[in-house]
Design a protein. Structure first.
Length: 187
């Protein structure tokens, strides 16, 4: 019972934070700064949550070196995005270009991974991975060379996502409280 109350309170606190961030993004001039910080945090989460724990630990040889290079490049991009307001060294100011570069790098590294793949006779490199790599490289190149979404539109999209997260967290918190009441009435 106490766990449900704690979860509900945490949901309401996170909902208030999401609502405040959504309003701050829309009303103030901090929208692009927050957008770049969010992109940087997402890139760093991807690098250290997925690449390090899932890919790098299972890789060997050339593929490991390529994965480490990918991790270093994406970490540098992520850190410069997060620190873009404090240090004026961001070489990419548009969010869609950053996304395009990350997609392109992932597609290229995975293409090399497929080239160096040493599977067994029964387990070959799946063809849909190759198709996915081609899509990642193509989309990444298109996003980087011809950005079709401006930072202003991305800021509005992020604000809407914060508002949707606010509504979802409030609903989840209410459901957790109702679950507690339902358990309490049956006793």
């Amino acid at each position: 019972m106490k766990k449900n109350i704690f979860t509900a309170v945490m949901c309401f606190i996170l909902a208030a934070i999401c609502l405040a961030l959504g309003i701050i993004i829309l009303v103030t001039n901090w929208g692009e700064i927050i957008l770049l910080a969010i992109i940087g945090v997402l890139l760093l989460s991807y690098v250290y949550g997925y690449l390090l724990l899932k890919v790098a630990l299972k890789s060997k040889g050339v593929v490991l070196i390529l994965t480490l290079v990918e991790m270093i490049v994406l970490t540098a991009i992520g850190v410069t995005c997060v620190l873009s307001e404090f240090v004026n060294i961001t070489f990419l100011k548009e969010g869609i270009k950053i996304l395009g570069l990350a997609l392109w790098i992932r597609g290229v590294v995975e293409s090399f991974r497929s080239y160096f793949y040493r599977g067994t006779q029964n387990k070959k490199y799946p063809i849909y991975y190759v198709v996915l790599n081609v899509i990642l490289i193509t989309a990444g190149t298109a996003f980087f060379l011809r950005p079709f979404i401006t930072n202003t539109i991305l800021v509005k999209i992020v604000a809407v996502l914060f508002f949707v997260a606010t509504i979802g967290l409030i609903i989840f918190g209410i459901l957790k409280l109702r679950k507690k009441k339902a358990k309490g009435t049956t006793n």
